[in-house]
Design a protein around this ligand. Structure first.
Ligand code: NAD
Ligand code: TYD
Length: 336
């Protein structure tokens, strides 16, 4: 069996990747290491948590007593674990530094000693490039992160690179654009707006609504990672972008019209401080090794809306009962 460690595997992308990995590789044993923060949920893995080739470990990546032996026994590490929400990082950045930077450091130290390790995938983000007024970011572009989340991810991204350059740890770094799909925590714009709209609750659109994001279906992200584990070159960075640039206001209108809800549900609210205007990725490098996104945005968005519509067992308990979410949700509404 190929031992694969997935950190943050109970989160949105991680849980989709665990499912993808178990489905695609009969010879992989996958260990999920997850702290189960507010964003990490066993429910995200409900159909695979007891899979015979899956082991779940509930712990912090920063706890070397647990995380280091897991890294040391692995052939492949896919490191998703992070604090991920920009608005939370603006309110309080400490956990972002602890998990995204220091937690990554703990894993990388263990990776130096991992004799069987052939791939360490550092999951980074397009946000490390900062706001891109025109054109598309290339892997060689300067990093200009503009919020504490993006800065902590940039720190981890470059730290991982340094462990390749200095210690020859087989690191690759992937910078993906905004993901969407099932099991995304309903603080992020698509699941928040979809689940609000289902309940006829206004959707808080920041600023003028003209910010642009490039949307990538989570399955397409998983297929890129799967390819790069073997086909990637250590020390290299790969952009993973969906090629679907959409303005927030257009995204919002599409969500509302798909659900048959009126545009009067749009509630303009104060802008996010330092709100990045636009992200866009040049994906020539990844396409050059045979990857292309398969999911057309139109279909991916409709399927995703349908998933939230038919899986309210998954999101209602989060929105109604989770105190961490509720206070955050109330804080959002306080901005009206
Ligand atoms: P998420 O917030 O849904 O999940 C994060 C997971 O990490 C949760 O399960 C959480 O419990 C776990 N975690 C947090 N701190 C931990 C710690 N100290 N130890 C162990 N586990 C911990 O995030 P996501 O959207 O799935 O993002 C996953 C990764 O992909 C992150 O590194 C993020 O920066 C990156 N990324 C996300 C997007 C996106 O659009 N969501 C885009 C590009 C890159
Ligand atoms: P988000 O899902 O938080 O992802 P990111 O900030 O990492 O891109 O936000 C996506 C876009 O949607 C971003 O431009 C901010 C905007 N947005 C709103 O307008 N209202 C909201 O309530 C949220 C959460 C986001």
């Amino acid at each position: 069996m190929v031992e694969v460690l997935v950190t943050g595997g109970a989160g949105f992308i991680g849980s989709n990747f665990v499912r993808y990995a178990l489905r695609s590789h009969d010879d992989w044993h996958v260990t999920t290491l997850d702290k189960l923060t507010y964003a990490g949920r066993r429910e995200n893995l409900h159909d695979v948590i007891d899979h015979p080739r899956h082991t779940f470990v509930h712990d912090d990546i920063g706890n070397a007593a647990v995380s280091a032996p897991l890294v040391e026994q692995s052939e492949i590490v896919v490191h998703f674990a992070a604090e991920t929400h920009v608005d939370r990082s603006i309110q309080s950045a400490g956990e972002f530094i602890r998990t995204d930077v220091e937690g990554t450091f703990v894993l990388l130290e263990a990776a130096r000693r991992a004799a069987r390790l052939r791939r360490f995938v550092q999951i980074s983000t397009d946000e490390v490039y900062g706001s891109v007024p025109a054109g598309a970011s290339r892997e060689t572009d300067e990093l200009k992160p503009r919020n504490p989340y993006a800065a902590s991810k940039a720190g981890a991204d470059r730290l991982a690179y340094s462990y390749w350059a200095t210690y020859n740890v087989p690191v690759i770094i992937t910078r993906a654009s905004n993901n969407y799909g099932p099991y995304q925590f309903p603080e992020k714009v698509i699941p928040l707006f979809v689940t609000n709209a289902i309940d006829d609750i206004p959707v808080p659109l920041y600023g003028d609504g003209k910010n642009v994001r490039d949307w990538l279906h989570v399955e397409d992200h998983c297929s890129a990672l799967d390819l790069l584990i073997d086909a990637g070159t250590s020390g290299e960075v790969y952009n993973v972008g969906g090629g679907n640039e959409v303005m927030n206001v257009d995204l919002t209108n599409r969500i509302l019209s798909t659900l048959g809800k009126p545009s009067t549900l749009i509630k303009p609210v104060a802008d996010r401080p330092g709100h990045d205007r636009r992200y866009a990725l040049d994906t020539t490098k990844l396409r050059g090794i045979g990857w292309a996104p398969r999911m057309p945005f139109e279909r991916g968005l409709t399927d995703t809306i349908e998933w939230y519509r038919t899986n309210d067992w998954w999101w209602r308990p989060i929105k109604e009962a989770d105190p961490a979410f509720r206070s955050y949700y109330e804080a959002q509404y306080g901005r009206r």
